[in-house]
Design a protein around this ligand. Structure first.
Ligand code: NAP
Length: 291
């Protein structure tokens, strides 16, 4: 790629950034599609967050991704927020339209597309159980409520956090039956029998601590459920192995990660990157992404 005076800038903001795959996949497609842009990573310290965002605007950066710990904090610096991002209360993608910043949540888009395309799962009328009550749980639960889930159960190690999320969803989505509990086998064992979709949004089983007990007991899975772990490294986590043994269908979080990136690319540039090529370069590089 020839960098010249017209080269546009895209990027990722977070702190700390870890080993993100975003620069690799976005720059691959920018080059392949002959688009005069580069995608850079900016580790922005919390005490200069606001100055950093103003700086991005001043330099007319076309768009950027936002990751931990800024997905909520960015909200107050935006001119506009997309409806689903507003409902979730978190933004991971920003588009800069001549100095006006609009925020989106492409994690939500990626999660839904993964369920439908890779999981062949239709959300309408189903019963789902989410484990974990952090940022990923917030996106996943909002998408399920927006898409017609019938019953939604949220379990978390720290009960208060599950209750808080459940309360938000109950107010926004009165037609959905929503219940929260502490992560406790006495509660979830009988419930699991009727669950169509289980989503593990905890980091349990993620590299390097792969040989751990799954967050849901191995005896509780059944063959007519879909089990999703948002962790993608390793591809077969402890919970996915246990679920597979019981005959359940399983998915890791890699498709979601790539779909959210592809949607951001499309929002910035109006063009679709080739996701199959992204799978190939990730496999070739044998990288272990954290975002
Ligand atoms: P987060 O906000 O820190 O939330 C983590 C949640 O996991 C909390 O509810 C926490 O419970 C629970 N948890 C942590 N350790 C646990 C343990 N040992 N046992 C039981 N529960 C435990 O994190 P997040 O941003 O939601 O991310 C969660 C995971 O999703 C990460 O692994 C991340 O890489 C992945 N993710 C993947 C994608 C994707 O595109 N595939 C996108 C976003 C996130 P407490 O409340 O009790 O602490």
């Amino acid at each position: 790629m020839n960098i010249d005076t017209n080269t546009g800038i895209l990027g990722l903001i977070g702190y700390p950034l870890g080993h993100s795959i975003s620069p690799l996949i976005h720059n691959y497609s920018l080059k392949k599609m002959n688009l005069n842009y580069v995608y850079l990573a900016f580790e922005l310290k919390p005490d200069i967050f606001y100055k950093g965002i103003e700086g991005l605007k001043a330099l007319n950066i076309k768009g950027f991704n936002i990751t931990i710990p800024y997905k909520k904090k960015i909200l107050s610096h935006l001119d506009q927020v997309d409806q689903i991002a507003d409902n979730i209360g978190a933004v991971n993608t920003v588009v800069n339209n001549d100095g006006k910043l609009k925020g989106y949540n492409t994690d939500a888009y990626g999660f839904k597309k993964m369920l439908e395309k890779d999981g062949d799962f239709s959300i309408q009328g189903k019963k789902a159980l989410i484990v974990g009550a952090g940022g990923a749980s917030r996106s996943a639960g909002t998408v399920l409520c927006e898409s017609g889930i019938k019953e939604l159960y949220i379990l978390n190690r720290t009960r208060d956090k599950a209750e808080n999320l459940a309360q938000i969803w109950k107010e926004k989505y009165p037609d959905v039956f929503i219940k929260s509990e502490e992560l406790n086998i006495d509660f979830y064992k009988p419930l699991m029998k009727k669950i169509d979709l289980l989503i593990d949004t905890t980091p349990v089983g993620m590299e390097p601590e792969v040989d751990v007990k799954p967050v849901i007991d191995r005896d509780c899975f059944h063959s007519s459920m879909l089990v999703v772990d948002l962790v993608y490294n390793p591809p077969q986590t402890t919970i996915l192995k246990a679920a597979k043994k019981s005959g359940a269908r399983t998915l890791n979080g890699m498709p979601m990660l790539l779909y959210q990136a592809a949607e951001a690319f499309k929002l910035w540039l109006g063009k679709e990157p080739n996701i199959e090529e992204w799978y190939q370069i990730i496999a070739r590089k044998k990288i272990t992404p954290t975002d």
